[in-house]
Design a protein around this ligand. Structure first.
Ligand SMILES: N[C@@H](CCC(=O)N[C@@H](CS)C(=O)NCC(=O)O)C(=O)O
Length: 250
């Protein structure tokens, strides 16, 4: 049997890792997903020869490609059909702009919130250890406090007011996703690079039981659930401070 040479380094909770996986599946490129241990992923991808300590990281035909947007372009080059980027110039600009926003801004909300919770809520660390398959999560969680604080600091999630403001801004960000859908930039008959970039962020937000009621009736939720019917991780109700949760739209 021929060896699968395309390898995607990922961690199960990482939304951009799911973006990269979905794009590989869309292209029909045979690949293996290498799920590294969350918390150890920065070290693991560097040990695999990548210049930065982030997932998604892809070994593709002998090349190392890191970052969801870079991966989209490398896949388009490696296998042009089915396309990730539209040929028509105006549509291409719209898709690229949406993809960039999804990568540079929208991705941040679940990443910062998850890391703030891990750093500040011991029960979140127990939950994450259990999800990661750690045998006695209650024992592992206290030891993980330092690691959690380190990862929070890395993305500015040690700044409680910043994270709280990001959660308050969620409805406006989802309005932007819904507008992209209404304008036909994403959620068309064939998903494009912006769909794959944005839908996993919506999907991971939906996996927060505290936030799901604010999301699930939106067109954004329908897109996210279509592209990712299941998500491997989730956050039980009661983790997000109640006073942070935006009021539902009337
Ligand atoms: N915008 C980048 C984000 C990559 C990123 O920050 N990934 C996170 C997981 S979601 C990571 O690996 N972080 C490692 C770290 O903070 O050390 C992309 O789309 O690839």
């Amino acid at each position: 049997m021929p060896r699968v040479t395309t390898r995607l380094y990922a961690i199960p909770p990482s939304h951009p890792s799911h973006a990269a996986r979905l794009m590989l599946e869309h292209k029909g490129i045979e690949h293996k997903v290498v799920n590294v241990i969350p918390g150890m992923h920065a070290l693991a991808v560097r040990a695999a020869g990548f210049p930065r300590g982030t997932v998604p990281a892809l070994k593709l035909e002998g090349r190392r490609v890191q970052g969801s947007r870079e991966i989209a372009r490398a896949l388009e080059q490696a296998k042009p059909e089915p396309r990730l980027f539209p040929a028509e110039p105006e549509r291409l600009l719209a898709v690229e702009a949406a993809e960039r926003w999804g990568d540079e801004e929208f991705q941040d909300l679940p990443r910062s919130l998850t890391r703030w919770l891990a750093a500040n809520r011991p029960e979140m660390r127990v939950h994450m250890a259990a999800e990661a398959g750690v045998p006695v999560p209650r024992l592992a969680a206290p030891a993980n406090a330092l690691v959690a604080r380190y990862f929070a600091r890395k993305v500015g999630a040690d700044d409680t007011e910043r994270v709280r403001a990001a959660v308050a801004g969620m409805p406006a960000q989802l309005d932007r996703v819904d507008a992209l859908i209404a304008d036909g930039v994403i959620a068309g008959s064939e998903p494009n690079a912006a769909d794959f970039q944005i839908a996993p962020t919506v999907r991971v937000l939906l996996s927060y039981e505290d936030l799901a009621p604010l999301i699930e009736d939106r067109p954004a939720a329908a897109l996210a659930s279509r592209l990712l019917p299941v998500y491997p991780t989730g956050v039980p109700a009661g983790m997000v401070p109640a006073e942070w949760i935006p009021a539902p739209a009337v």
